[in-house]
Design a protein around this ligand. Structure first.
Ligand code: PAF
Length: 276
């Protein structure tokens, strides 16, 4: 695996390839990331991952400084997963001057849910992903469905800027008990880790209620929020939305249940598409 620290070196290494398949990450890799890499491999003629903890997508009170940086084990995991090129710029390489020119997503999608509770988050994500796309110039890029809204925002950005990149959404990887894998799960204490599965269970309960014919979505959401609060969680949202644009659904539309909640000091997100 070649490690490129600069844009010039990256471009030199990719010059011979026509179809780079790209997995952008912030490191602290888990099996979900490695699944993105293995799914990327057959889709391109070279597999590229990036590790860059992007300051622009963290609010001032968030965990940018403490976000786990696990360089050696990340490199080992990427090598074992068959990654060909790792792009690992430092901040001076990716942001050599203050990044005042930014990509702002459509507020209708970017300012709701995650964007409401983390203002500016999707501007930070879009700006870095656009910049990483400019550096790597992939033909295909992989994003986990665990960050459901992020995947939708990126798809819209790629569509509206006519970027020649196929965006592939990959099913969430879960632990045996159902907890969605996340780099932030490492913040959980043993007791919190045991409790954390309740978030995916809350989503499953919402899906069950819909499948069994309940149509008072507000009541389903309120019940889920109350159940989590009773267990000591601080939920930001637990909602049923239509899949096409994450707005409030009308009857008969394909649905997704989305949740974000804090357990102790750790904020977790998850979602579940609801079939029929
Ligand atoms: O999902 C992530 O890890 C990040 O938001 C991304 C896409 C790598 C941009 O920093």
């Amino acid at each position: 695996m070649h490690i490129a620290r600069t844009i010039e070196d990256l471009r030199e290494h990719l010059a011979a390839y026509r179809r780079p398949a790209f997995v952008p990450t912030m490191g602290n890799l888990h099996d979900g990331h490695l699944d993105l890499v293995s799914k990327a491999k057959p889709l391109g003629d070279v597999t590229v991952a990036s590790i860059f903890v992007n300051r622009l997508q963290f609010l001032p009170h968030e965990d940018f400084d403490t976000y786990p940086r696990t360089w050696d084990s990340d490199c080992e995991k990427l090598r074992a997963a068959g990654c060909d090129v790792l792009f690992a710029p430092d901040e001076k390489v990716l942001y050599p001057e203050p990044q005042t020119f930014k990509v702002h997503p459509d507020p209708a999608l970017g300012d709701i849910l995650e964007g409401h509770f983390r203002p500016g988050f999707f501007t930070g994500v879009c700006t870095v992903v656009m910049k990483l796309f400019c550096c790597v110039q992939p033909r295909v890029a992989m994003f986990g469905k665990k960050d459901y809204q992020q995947l939708m925002v990126i798809r819209q950005m790629v569509r509206q800027f006519a970027l020649p990149i196929e965006i592939v959404g990959v099913k969430t990887t879960r632990a045996d008990d159902g907890l969605a894998l996340s780099s932030r799960n490492g913040y959980l204490s043993e007791a919190e880790r045991a409790e954390a599965v309740q978030l995916s269970q809350a989503l499953r309960a919402m899906a069950e209620a819909v499948r069994s014919g309940e149509r008072d979505f507000a009541a389903i959401e309120a019940r889920g929020m109350a159940a989590l609060r009773e267990r000591g969680w601080q939920p930001d949202y637990l909602v049923l939305r239509r899949r096409s644009d994450l707005q409030a659904p009308a009857a008969g539309e394909a649905l997704v249940a989305l949740a974000a909640a804090r357990l102790g000091g750790t904020r977790l997100i998850d979602n579940l598409e609801i079939d029929g």
